[in-house]
Design a protein around this ligand. Structure first.
Ligand code: ADP
Ligand code: MG
Length: 638
C-alpha cells in the first residue's frame, strides 16, 4: 500500500481553489465579501476580459497590518473564526480563511493594504506555489487585491471559461447579489476601462434595487408586510403582471447572504399560484432573518446553499407573509382598469414618484386604450393565405392532404352529407341535402368555453386546443419565413414595423451587452433596440406579426432578454428556435378568446397545410380525437 503523506500546502490550496473558484466571478465575490467584512463604505471593482486577464478590487475598509498581510495568503488563515463554537454563530461573510490562499495559488495575485492609523502601507505578491515576503509601500487607507491571469496554471479550468460576455454576466450578477443587501456601501464596476455599474451609497434596499433595475421594475414592488416571528421575513415582491419569463429576478437572502434554496423558491411559487402563468416567475427580493444557529451555512464551499434545521417552519412563515402581502394589495392589473378606477391607481402610484410625469403617461396610455376599444378591429385577428397544401409528388392538394394525416380536422369541401350539420345544433331540415353550390361550406365547427374548437373529422370528432394549434401554425410560418421551405437554409428575415414612439425598457449592464452580442439574431427576427441611457434601451423596430396580434413590445423584449440570458445553449439556431417559440406563443390566440366563425375557419384551414399540426412547438398535443367506434362503445351501441 502506498505511504500516506501530508499534501504540500500549495497543492491543498489548489484543490480548495477548485471548489471555491469556479470562474472569475467567484473571485470577484470572495474579494467583495472580504471588503464588506473589512467595513468598507465604497468598493471599486475593475475587470479586464471578463476577469481572465485582471480582477482588481479596491476598498476603503480597515486594512491589514504587515503581520496579518503575511498570513492572509496562508491556507486557513482567518481573523474571523477562532473556535468551533464560532462556526455556529457566523455573522461575517467569509470565515473559512481559504479564499485568498486559493486565489493566490492559481493566479498572479497582489495585495496592497494600509490601516488608517498606520504611517505607511505594505504589499505582498503570490504566484502559484510561491508567496513573496511582505514589503512596505505607499498606500491609501484600505486594501486593493489584484488578481491577474486567473487559472494560468490550471489549464483544465481555463478551458471551461465561456465567452467574455458570459463571464462578465456572471461577474455583474455576483456584484448585484452583494450590492442588494448592502445598500449603504457604494459600488462601481468597470469592464475594460468602461464603467458598467455605478451604485451610490443609499439608505434602503428599495433605493438600491431602483438603481440596479430601474424605475419601472422598482415602482410596482410591494413591500412584504413585516412579521416579527421566530423567522423574520422582509423584502419586496412584484405584482403578478410584472412576472418574468425566467427565475432570474428571484433573489433570496438569508441573514444578508444571497442563497439559492428550493424550499424558499417553492413557497414563492405557491404564493403566486393562480396569479401568474405557470411558466412565469415573479420578481422577488426576499430577506429571511433567523437565529444563525437554526441554519447550517457551511454545507457548500461557496455558501450558496444552506440547510435549515426546521425547513417546514421557514416555508410556512414565508408563505404566510407572501400570501398576506398579495392579499392586501390591490392586484387588478392597471391596464384593464376603467377610467375611473385607473384615476385612483394613478394617484396611489403618484405618491411614490414623479407624480406629474406618471399621471401624464397613464392618461396617454388610457387614451390610446380607449381609442382602440372604440374602434374594434374589422379584420379577423389572424388569417391564413389560402395556399394549397405542399405536395411531394404533385398530386392535387386534396389527395395529398388526406394521405398525410387523417386525424387532422378538415374543412370539408364536399363532406359526407350526414355530417354537414354543425355539431351541437339541431340539424335544419335541409341539412341532409348536398350543398347546391360548389363553394366550400362553412366548417361544421363550434367553439366551446372560448377555448376549444369541436369539429367533425372523417371517422369521428376532434377537439382542438385553439391556443396550441394557433401557436403551431404561427411557429411553422415564422420558421419557414426565416429558414426557407423545409429548412433549405434560404435565410430570410421577418418583416418588422418601425415604432412611432419607441418604447423604452430598463436593463442592466449585463443585459445591454447581451443585446449587443445578439444584434444580428434579433434583427433577423425583426427586432431592433438601441441604447437610450445607461440602464435603458428603446425598442425601435418590432416584428409585424407580433404588432398585428397586439403583443406589447416592451414586455416582449423583456421576455426576450430573459430568454437570452437564461439560454444555456449558445448554438444560434437553437436560440432562434427558442425565440420563435416564444413569438408564436405570444401572438397566438389565448384560451378565453372568443373567435368569430371566420377565425375558426381560418385556423382550421391553417392547420391543414401545417406540418406536425398535432402538437404545439413545446410538444403538447393540439388535438384530441374521439372515433365513431369509441363513441359507439361509450353509448353501448356495440
Ligand atoms: P476569510 O474571509 O474566510 O477569513 P480570506 O482568505 O478571504 O478568508 O481572507 C483571509 C483574511 O485576510 C481575512 O480573515 C481578513 O483578516 C484578511 N482580509 C482579506 N481581505 C481583506 C480586506 N479587503 N481588508 C481587510 N482584511 C482583509
Ligand atoms: Mg473571505
Amino acid at each position: 500500500m502506498a505511504e500516506i503523506r501530508v499534501l504540500p500546502t500549495h497543492l491543498v490550496n489548489k484543490i480548495a481553489a477548485g471548489e471555491v473558484v469556479e470562474r472569475p466571478a467567484s473571485v470577484v465575490k470572495e474579494l467583495i465579501e472580504n471588503a464588506i467584512d473589512a467595513g468598507a463604505t465604497r468598493i471599486d471593482v475593475s475587470v479586464e476580459d471578463g476577469g481572465r486577464k485582471l480582477i482588481a478590487v479596491t476598498d476603503d475598509g480597515c486594512g491589514m497590518s504587515a503581520e496579518d498581510l503575511a498570513l492572509a495568503l496562508a491556507s486557513h488563515a482567518t481573523s474571523k473564526l477562532t473556535s468551533v463554537d464560532d462556526l455556529l454563530g457566523i455573522s461575517t461573510m467569509g470565515f473559512r480563511g481559504e479564499a485568498l490562499a486559493s486565489v493566490g495559488s492559481i493566479s498572479h495575485a497582489h495585495i496592497r493594504t494600509r490601516r488608517r492609523d498606520d504611517d505607511g502601507g505594505c504589499e505582498v505578491s503570490a504566484s502559484g506555489d510561491t508567496i513573496e515576503a511582505v514589503r512596505p509601500c505607499a498606500a491609501a487607507p484600505g486594501t486593493t487585491v489584484t488578481v491577474r491571469d486567473l487559472f494560468f496554471n490550471t489549464p483544465a479550468r481555463r478551458k471551461f471559461l465561456r465567452t467574455v460576455n458570459t463571464e462578465m454576466g456572471h461577474v455583474t450578477e455576483r456584484l448585484i447579489r452583494l450590492a442588494i443587501p448592502h445598500p449603504t456601501v457604494a459600488f462601481t464596476l468597470r469592464h475594460n476601462g468602461r464603467e458598467v455599474q455605478n451604485l451610490p451609497a443609499v439608505e434602503t434596499t428599495g433605493a438600491r434595487i431602483r438603481d440596479l433595475f430601474g424605475d419601472k421594475l422598482s415602482e410596482g414592488l410591494l413591500p412584504i408586510a413585516p412579521r416579527e416571528r421566530e423567522v423574520g421575513v422582509a423584502g419586496l415582491i412584484g405584482r403578478p403582471e410584472a412576472a418574468r419569463g425566467s427565475g432570474k429576478w428571484e433573489y433570496f437572502f438569508l441573514n444578508g447572504r444571497y442563497i439559492r434554496d428550493r424550499l424558499i423558491a417553492h413557497a414563492l411559487r405557491e404564493a403566486y399560484r393562480g396569479l401568474i402563468d405557470p411558466g412565469q416567475f415573479p420578481v422577488a427580493f426576499i430577506f429571511i432573518e433567523m437565529d444563525p444557529e437554526e441554519v447550517d451555512v457551511n454545507v457548500h464551499p461557496t455558501k450558496i446553499e444552506v440547510r435549515f434545521r426546521n425547513g417546514q417552519l421557514v416555508h410556512g412563515e414565508l408563505l404566510a407573509a407572501l400570501k398576506d402581502t398579495l392579499n392586501k394589495a390591490n392586484l387588478v392589473p392597471r391596464a384593464s382598469l376603467g377610467t375611473e378606477a385607473s384615476g385612483r391607481t394613478v394617484s396611489a402610484d403618484a405618491s411614490e414618484s414623479d407624480p406629474a410625469g406618471e399621471q401624464r403617461r397613464d392618461s396617454l396610455r388610457q387614451a390610446l386604450a380607449d381609442f382602440f376599444k372604440a374602434t374594434p378591429p374589422t379584420q379577423p385577428r389572424f388569417s391564413f393565405p389560402e395556399r394549397p397544401a405542399r405536395t411531394h409528388h404533385g398530386e392535387p392538394p386534396e389527395r395529398a392532404r388526406s394521405a398525410r394525416d387523417d386525424d387532422r380536422p378538415r374543412v370539408p369541401q364536399a363532406p359526407p352529407s350526414r355530417f354537414t350539420a354543425p355539431v351541437g345544433e339541431p340539424a335544419p331540415a335541409g341539412a341532409r341535402l348536398e350543398p347546391p353550390s360548389p363553394s366550400p361550406s362553412p366548417p361544421p365547427a363550434i367553439q366551446i368555453h372560448d377555448s376549444y374548437i369541436v369539429t367533425a373529422c372523417e371517422d369521428g370528432l376532434v377537439i382542438i386546443d385553439q391556443h396550441a394549434l394557433h401557436e403551431r401554425v404561427l411557429y411553422n410560418e415564422l420558421k419557414e419565413r426565416l429558414t426557407g421551405p423545409e429548412g433549405t437554409g434560404a435565410g430570410g428575415r421577418l418583416t418588422a414595423q418601425r415604432m412611432l414612439i419607441p418604447e423604452t425598457i430598463e436593463v442592466t449592464a449585463a443585459e445591454t451587452s447581451l443585446l449587443e452580442s445578439n444584434v444580428e439574431l434579433l434583427s433577423r427576427l425583426g427586432i431592433e433596440v438601441a441604447a437610450f441611457g445607461p440602464t435603458t434601451v428603446a425598442v425601435q423596430q418590432f416584428p409585424s406579426i407580433l404588432a398585428e396580434h397586439g403583443v406589447p413590445p416592451g414586455r416582449f423584449i423583456r421576455e426576450t432578454i430573459d430568454k437570452l440570458s437564461e439560454d444555456a445553449t449558445t448554438d444560434p439556431e437553437r436560440v432562434l428556435e427558442d425565440l420563435l417559440e416564444m413569438m408564436a406563443c405570444r401572438a397566438a390566440v389565448k384560451a378565453g378568446d372568443a373567435l368569430s366563425p371566420e377565425e375558426i375557419e381560418s385556423l382550421l384551414r391553417g392547420s391543414e397545410t401545417t406540418e406536425k399540426a398535432s402538437s404545439c412547438p413545446h410538444g403538447r398535443p393540439t388535438t384530441l380525437k374521439l372515433t365513431l367506434r369509441e363513441l359507439e362503445k361509450q353509448f353501448k351501441r356495440t
